[in-house]
Write a protein that binds this ligand. Structure first.
Ligand SMILES: [Zn+2]
Length: 457
């Protein structure tokens, strides 16, 4: 063996047992029994879970926007944060430029990731312009292992092209993929922004009112209807409200392949934060909601009505978030979360008694690997699978300080939170890539993972 994880308690979705894990050539080759290895990690007294599979990150910005905006992280700093936080595989949103097809965007982003990424990665082609040419690339991209598309109901262009987007969903269904859908209604958002502007309510603290719950719930119901009509599996990204959850529940209770993602912001913070002087730093779409929505997210995570916790990692510098030229209608959206997501879920969720450790594994790794065609290579600890795993120190307590963490964002929306439970070792394809806070993996070691078809949960 190259590496032996000895004495740990291995936790998967269905099982929990103290078992030694033997690793050779990047794969798990033996579980239990007599083994020796070049390197041993003593995991006695520690949990060992599958490496996180975060299917929703932004590590490649659109490259030629006139306003020059850019998220703070690229594949290098972003995946460094991921490995420090126990995430070993990331799914990046690949945005084509106006003159590019989705296939062009994947080639461009892959060239960058190949050089920079420390973690394994895959791509979701973003369908911005549903031209004939673009629709024609969906099936070939699926054959090449990019078995999903993403689109946004929050962009004005969506409502001008609904028939083409439904056509895209039929193609995805046919090809065995899944559609990721950003569910917020563009017209409602525009109307709210106009009403607020007319009332003189343009400061950042009005941000939640620019994108209210009805914008999310109406749009989520549409996605469920599109799923029902086309048969295309639908994955609702970053769901934030109890009412939008009810829309998904409506579809799921009738057996529709509707899947739900939430993100850490909606578990740990409420819209109360927008009353703060620096409330703009919490802006993301949808906005932070009420405590009752937070409670609904936790209950749904615990009982499987939410399938996946993903970060939607889209970081900015604090000064960019608090830019005084911005108003409620155009705040910069997104935060850094790749390093904090799993530890905070462990701390507040598992130690806080809200979810089981097995459910922690399901929502951070296994469900994502299944839905996005990576299972059982990723998302499990099993013989023949990639040796991606995290040895946890469930006792270690740290105070969040975004400025000193691995993302190039210089703050965290959770600065000052006390979090117990951090990765002690992160292992990716058999290589120890992070030890406690120190990331030792090198840029360029990450590999593109070509995916199989979507798999129902
Ligand atoms: Zn996103």
């Amino acid at each position: 063996m190259d590496l032996l994880i000895r004495g740990g308690t291995v936790v998967t979705v269905g099982n929990r047992a103290q078992v030694d894990v033997g690793i050779h050539n990047g794969l798990v080759v033996q579980m239990g029994g007599t083994m020796s290895a070049d390197r041993e990690i003593d995991a006695t007294g520690h949990f060992v879970t599958p490496g996180g599979v975060d299917p929703h990150v932004h590590l490649t910005p659109p490259t030629r926007r006139a306003d020059g905006w850019k998220w703070s992280d690229d594949f290098e700093s972003g995946t460094r944060a991921a490995l420090a936080g126990g995430i070993t595989t990331v799914g990046n949103m690949s945005f084509p430029e106006r003159d590019e097809t989705m296939a062009d965007a994947i080639v461009r982003d892959d060239a960058e990731a190949k050089k920079l990424s420390l973690a394994d990665y895959f791509f979701h082609p973003v369908l911005m312009y549903p031209s004939k040419e673009n629709l024609a690339t969906i099936a070939p991209l699926h054959s090449q292992g990019h078995t999903s598309i993403k689109f946004f109901l929050s962009f004005r262009s969506f409502d001008r092209h609904v028939p083409e987007f439904l056509e895209a969903m039929r193609i995805v269904k046919q090809a065995g993929g899944i559609a990721l859908i950003h569910c917020e209604d563009a017209a409602i958002i525009d109307c709210c922004c106009n009403l607020l502007r007319e009332a003189g309510k343009t400061e950042p603290r009005y941000f939640p009112e620019t994108r209210p719950v009805q914008a999310e719930s109406v749009s989520t119901y549409r996605a469920v209807g599109y799923c029902e009509t086309t048969g295309c599996p639908c994955y609702v990204v970053h769901l934030a409200s109890a009412r939008a959850l009810a829309a998904c529940h409506d579809g799921r209770s009738r057996g529709l392949p509707v899947y739900v993602e939430t993100r850490p912001l909606y578990l740990h913070l409420t819209r109360q934060r927008f009353a703060d002087e620096d409330g703009a730093k919490y802006a993301g779409a949808p906005p932070l909601r009420e405590q009752s929505d937070v409670d609904a997210m936790w209950a749904a995570l615990a009982f499987g009505n939410i399938d996946i916790l993903a970060t939607d990692h889209a970081p900015w510098k604090l000064a960019e978030k608090l830019d005084p030229t911005l108003d409620a209608a155009n705040l910069r959206q997104g935060v850094a979360d790749l390093e904090t997501s799993l530890p905070m879920l462990y701390s507040t969720g598992v130690l806080g008694g809200r979810i089981s450790l097995e459910q922690f594994v399901a929502v951070t790794s296994t469900n994502s690997a299944k839905l996005f065609g990576l299972y059982p290579k990723k998302g499990s600890i099993s013989v023949g699978g990639d040796a991606d795993m995290v040895v946890w120190d469930a006792q270690e307590t740290r105070t969040i300080d975004g400025a000193s963490m691995h993302s190039r964002s210089d703050y965290s929306p959770y600065d000052g939170f006390e979090v117990t439970g951090w990765p002690k070792f992160t292992v990716s394809r058999g290589e120890v890539v992070a030890e406690r806070n120190e990331v030792v993996g090198k840029p360029g070691r990450g590999q593109l993972v070509r995916r199989g078809p979507h798999r129902a949960l």
